[in-house]
Design a protein around this ligand. Structure first.
Ligand code: FS2
Ligand code: SF4
Length: 538
């Protein structure tokens, strides 16, 4: 196997035996073959679309498949074997794309041996490739995985965008062509542009479905009734579960990236959505154990479970792990959570892990509603600087850098955040500036879109460019949705982003040079050095 898609990749270079995440070599190979088959499917579908035909549902399948291969989503080899067969089936139903089709258009997953041989061939091919081109292909495919994830979330709420669906296929097809570095850079930047579009689409889907978020204080204490813990990012799963648990005597808690759900009127209206439990995904093995009740894993963020709580973990959607119970959807998209609810009733209430109150729901609408106060505070000098500290949390012990950085920030600074990185500092009690919380949590990783809208509004209010605002970017990454968010920021012209805790293993020295020279990207140093650079004279 070879996988280098996340921040925790072995030795910062690539996992070659078993993933640090727990992904086995067999699953990694199947994921590679699935992506390969999707590339062939994309070539054929794009050619057919040009002629006015094609399979309009293929984009949705591509999105789901890309999402399934994202870090910590699906560890189950059987699910990938099925997906490969389905991809080949969709591809083979499309007319050939011409006389010189790439092999990915015609290769057949005829047997497990053929699939295993293809997986080995894919790893060997990347070893022989030009490092800069391979790096750009990786960057593009990982960005596309982010698009796949976000477009899937929007699609389950009934929101789709044709350009987004077709770009996923264009990007995949591009990786089969013999393109120059400049041409590949063009695709990577386009990926960022489409990333902005899909983030906006998901923002519309979430607010259209559950209302405009409000700045909300969320408790973290455990209640006295049995509970269900919901983790991942899928608000629809949470909404459906809340409907089905109403009046059952079972409470619902959010974990990790589900915290922002408490800000949406359509979700917070349920009084049995009682609070947030635990921290971010890397700590789930201890937290799920202590929760005592069942856990619903709705999207990525699954860590291979311990035996002590394995029977209480339910996966749904694209999440998979051999041996765990899976709740699928009926053909009309409905999910029946009754087994999970009955399971909860047999369980003890959660052990208390309270960390005080948390504030969330600081999306673009509620923050822009107090824009006058924010602009006034900047003008009066009460707010000297904003620090965008969005992104991911992870297992790597060096991530305590973000806690130390947040603690060391002067009291006249505001942290703008989204994603699970915030768990490193959202319970530090950093207070407020004239009623404006010092940690403005816009929401999930996808809600980085809100941060962009807020920054653009500030730029307009002060009549300056986005890079001339008193904003510094100290972003933490882990998986491929964060790669897409980074590309989205670059496509909007944001410069001088500090990225940590380690730079991506898939970025070659040549491509890193491009990123440094054109965008001013750099890695973290010490808290003291970075603070001096980002908050000069603090
Ligand atoms: Fe946490 Fe990072 Fe949200 Fe993941 S913010 S690890 O990309 O999707 O989560
Ligand atoms: Fe390694 Fe990350 Fe890939 Fe898992 S997802 S195999 S940890 S690079």
């Amino acid at each position: 196997m070879f996988c280098n898609q996340c921040e925790e990749t072995a030795k910062g270079l690539g996992c070659t035996v078993r993933g640090v995440c727990g992904k086995e070599g067999e699953t990694a190979g199947l994921q590679d073959v699935l992506i390969y088959t999707l590339k062939g499917l994309s070539v054929r579908n794009l050619a057919a679309m040009k002629k006015g035909g094609g399979n309009p549902g293929a984009g949705r399948f591509v999105a789901e498949s890309l999402f399934a291969t994202l870090t910590n989503v699906n560890f189950d080899p059987a699910r990938f074997e099925e997906a490969i067969q389905e991809a080949a089936c969709i591809r083979d139903a499309l007319p050939p794309a011409g006389n010189a089709e790439p092999a990915a258009c015609t290769w057949a997953p005829a047997s497990p041996e053929a699939i295993a041989a293809k997986a080995q061939e894919i790893v060997a091919a990347r070893e022989n490739a030009d490092p800069d081109l391979q790096s750009l292909r990786d960057l593009l495919v990982y960005g596309l995985k982010g698009i796949g994830a976000y477009s899937h979330h929007a699609a389950v709420l009934g929101y789709e965008d044709e350009e987004v669906m077709s770009f996923m296929q264009e990007g995949l097809a591009a990786t089969l062509q013999d393109l120059s570095v400049d041409e590949m850079v063009g695709y990577v930047l386009k990926c960022g542009e489409v990333g902005v579009k899909v983030l906006a689409l998901l923002d519309t889907a979430n607010t259209g479905s559950y209302g405009t978020p409000a700045i909300t204080t969320v408790g973290t204490a455990a209640g006295a009734r049995p509970g269900i813990l919901v983790t991942g990012h899928d608000l629809k799963d949470l909404a459906d579960l809340l409907e089905q648990t109403a009046g059952t005597g079972v409470d619902v808690y959010t974990h990790g990236e589900m915290l922002p759900a408490h800000g949406y009127p359509g979700l917070k209206k349920h009084s049995h959505l009682v609070g947030n439990y635990g921290g971010s995904w890397p700590f789930q093995r201890e937290e799920f154990e202590r929760f005592n009740g069942p856990v619903l894993v709705t999207t990525n963020c699954l860590v291979p479970p311990k035996d002590s709580y394995r029977d209480r973990v339910y996966t749904t959607g694209l999440v998979g792990y051999a041996g765990l119970k899976h709740i699928g959807a009926s053909p009309d998209g409905k999910k029946d959570f009754s087994a999970l609810i009955e399971h909860a009733k047999r369980c003890k209430p959660p052990a208390d892990l309270s960390r005080g109150d948390l504030v969330t729901g600081c999306a673009h609408a509620p923050v822009l509603a107090i824009a006058d106060a924010v602009v006034g505070a900047v003008k009066s000098g009460a707010i000297k600087r904003f620090l965008v500290m969005a992104g991911c949390d992870g297992r790597y012990s060096g991530r305590d850098y973000y806690t130390r950085f947040a603690k060391a920030l002067p009291a006249d600074t505001i942290i703008l955040t989204a994603g699970c990185a915030k768990y490193r500092y959202n319970s530090l009690g950093l207070g407020d500036i004239g009623g404006i919380p010092r940690v403005l949590d816009a929401g999930q990783c996808n809600d980085c879109y809100s941060l962009v809208v807020i920054a653009q509004a500030l730029a307009e209010a002060f009549a300056v460019g986005i890079n001339d605002l008193p904003i510094s970017y100290n972003i933490a990454w882990y998986e491929q949705k964060a790669v897409l968010v980074l590309l989205a920021l670059l496509s909007l012209g944001v410069k001088d982003i500090t990225l940590g805790p380690r730079l991506p293993g898939f970025v070659s020295p040549g491509i890193l040079k491009v990123l440094v020279e054109n965008f001013g990207i750099r890695g973290i140093a010490t808290v003291e050095e970075d603070l001096e650079r980002m908050v000069p004279g603090n």
